[in-house]
Design a protein around this ligand. Structure first.
Ligand code: SF4
Length: 61
């Protein structure tokens, strides 16, 4: 399982609040404005999935 951004839901036009929220620093923001999850670092805690205001972060099997 991984966490991925649904690019259809993320407006990618603001500073992503999830970058600071992630407890292990697994989220960065690309130049295109979409959050990028480092799947090696991600512990699948689900914080970003729960807290994204656009519900754009999703668990993917
Ligand atoms: S699930 Fe948790 S560890 Fe993984 S990217 Fe989201 S906030 Fe970070």
């Amino acid at each position: 399982m991984t966490v991925e951004v649904d690019k259809a839901l993320c407006p990618h036009n603001h500073v992503c609040p999830l970058v600071r929220l992630c407890p292990v620093g697994a989220i960065t923001q690309g130049l295109d404005g979409f959050p990028v999850v480092d799947n090696e670092a991600c512990i699948l805690c689900g914080k970003c999935v729960r807290k994204c205001p656009m519900k754009a972060m999703q668990f993917v099997e």
